[in-house]
Each structure stands twice: as C-alpha cells, then as structure tokens.
Ligand binder design. Structure first.
Ligand SMILES: C[S@@+](CC[C@H](N)C(=O)[O-])C[C@H]1O[C@@H](n2cnc3c(N)ncnc32)[C@H](O)[C@@H]1O
Length: 236
C-alpha cells in the first residue's frame, strides 16, 4: 500500500536489505510480527492514531529513528517498562536482530516501523512523543549529497509538531560535518532550545542513552562522538 502524505518525501538512500535475510532472520520477522506496524494498518490520507501503538496504557511515548542494531532501543525498553518505545529503521536485517532480542527478553513495550520514518511522520497526532532520539544518523558528508541527510528543515518541522512541549530531541554524531549541520538546521527553527551549558553536555553521552554499535565504532576509530539535546519551546 502506498502512503500518501502532503509533503514530498526525499528518496531513501540507505540500505533496506543487505545480505539475503537468513532463515532465522526471516523466522524472527514472522514470529515477531506483533512488534511490527504494518503499512496496511494505516488508512490513506488520514490523520491517524496508530491504533496498536496507543492501546498501550502509557503517558510517555519515545520515538527512536534509525535504531540500527537496536542496542539503545532494547536497553531503554528493558529499563523503562512503563514507557512505550517506537523504533523506525528500514534495514530489515537489523529489524530481525532486534526482534529476536525482544522475543528472547519478553519485551512488550516496543513497536517497530520497519521503513523510512518520513513516510509516517506527519500521520502522528501533534504532541505525541515525549522524546525523540536519532543516534548517529548517516552523515552523507559530501556537499552534493546533502539532500540525502535525514536532518533537514522540513523534517524538523515534522519533529516539532509530533513532540510534546518541553519534549526533547537527542542526537548523537561523530562526524564533524554532521555536527555543524545539526546545529545549523536547529538554529533555522525558532522552536528549539539547545540544552547545553558546558562542554561535557555535548561530549558525554546523556544518561538515558545506551552505547550503540556506531558509537563504539567511532571510539575505536578515534573519532569523538558528540551529543546534542534540544528542548521544544513555544515557537516565536
Ligand atoms: C549510521 S546508522 C546508526 C544506527 C544506530 N542508531 C547506531 O547508533 O548504531 C543509521 C541508521 O539510520 C537508519 N535510517 C536512515 N534513514 C532513515 C529513515 N529515513 N528512517 C528511519 N531510519 C533511517 C539506517 O537504516 C541505519 O540503520
């Protein structure tokens, strides 16, 4: 089913499938179907509430975009069983890896959108999420590829709409181009305040984020990850 949204969505340039899905990954996707939000559940052209998602009785819903291996999502869900986590990532192999862990650990507070978040981002009701996490988004460092970066002015407007007032967006990155790009895009939007008072605020991983594969990779390869936390305020 093709989802229609009012905005043009940039093409997704990352990987959806890498190596062929192994039998065990295919099985995990099947057995863990309860975790997956299927695009056929979404009515066309409607502002919808993702029914399955909001049947979970919680006041706090956290969105993680591009969860990759799912290290942060899994550990966050384990630590906070009363919070509902929605993870989005189009890469099916890592979806399957995460689902295996969710099944093994009997996790009930995670849902997965196994696709490009931009296809559904504007379908959420306003003020849905208390937090949004985007850890190590693909940097697309070449200038000619800047349109491929996930963080864009339009995308930020969508994030602003679905985030609660005083809700926070946490981003991590180890790439110097991405660091200045993030700050530039957030500065273009008058509805966010960068929560940083001292250097350790952007040098040390926030206490509510867990180490991910890409963070580990950056440390091994001697790059310094930085962390940016923005709070939603009234737009001036
Ligand atoms: C560099 S990896 C980082 C993965 C993980 N967050 C980590 O820190 O290890 C970026 C991830 O973002 C995902 N991604 C890229 N564009 C996306 C989009 N439009 N919607 C959802 N996920 C996306 C990719 O599939 C990939 O898994």
């Amino acid at each position: 089913m093709i989802l229609e949204t009012s905005k043009k969505i940039n093409r997704f340039y990352g990987r959806r499938k890498g190596r062929r899905l192994s039998k065990s990954n295919l099985l995990a996707l099947k057995e863990g179907s309860k975790y997956i939000i299927n695009s056929t559940d979404l009515p066309l052209n409607t502002k919808i509430i993702l029914k399955n998602l909001f049947e979970f009785k919680t006041k706090k819903v956290v969105l993680e975009i591009g969860f990759g291996g799912g290290e942060n999502l899994l550990n966050s869900a384990k630590m906070n069983p009363d919070i509902l986590y929605l993870g989005a990532d189009p890469f099916l192999n890592t979806n399957a890896k995460l689902i295996k862990e969710l099944l093994n650990n009997n996790i009930t507070n995670v849902k997965i959108w196994p696709d490009d978040i931009r296809k559904i981002i504007d379908l959420f009701p306003k003020n849905t999420f208390s937090e949004i996490k985007i850890l190590f988004p693909d940097p697309w460092p070449k200038l000619k590829h800047k349109d491929r970066r996930l963080i864009q002015n339009d995308f930020l407007i969508s994030l602003y709409n679905i985030l609660k007032l005083q809700g926070i967006i946490t981003l991590g990155t180890d790439h110097f181009i991405m660091k200045s790009w993030i700050l530039e895009i957030f500065q273009n939007h008058s509805g966010f305040q960068w929560i940083a008072e001292k250097a350790s605020d952007w040098r040390i991983r926030p206490g509510d984020c867990f180490a991910t594969k890409y963070e580990q990779k950056s440390i091994i390869e001697n790059r310094k990850p930085n962390w940016f936390v923005f709070e939603k305020k009234y737009r001036i």
